[in-house]
Design a protein around this ligand. Structure first.
Ligand SMILES: [Zn+2]
Length: 60
């Protein structure tokens, strides 16, 4: 599998069908403090956290 650095992929199924997930609960608050934002995979439904700088780099 060809995984390029900087690409946002689901850690479970490695697809790029990633959607923003709304922060909710205390875990997301803690994650936000460590600069991680929630995302979810539309392919397998996996919810995971991505380093904020990665998201910002990709959305420009
Ligand atoms: Zn997935």
């Amino acid at each position: 599998m060809d995984v390029k650095p900087g690409e946002l992929r689901c850690p479970r199924c490695f697809k790029q069908d990633i959607a923003p997930s709304l922060p909710r609960g205390v875990v997301d608050a803690i994650m936000k403090m460590s600069r991680r934002v929630p995302r979810h995979c539309r392919a397998c439904g996996n919810r995971f956290y991505v380093a904020e700088y990665k998201v910002r780099a990709l959305s420009v």
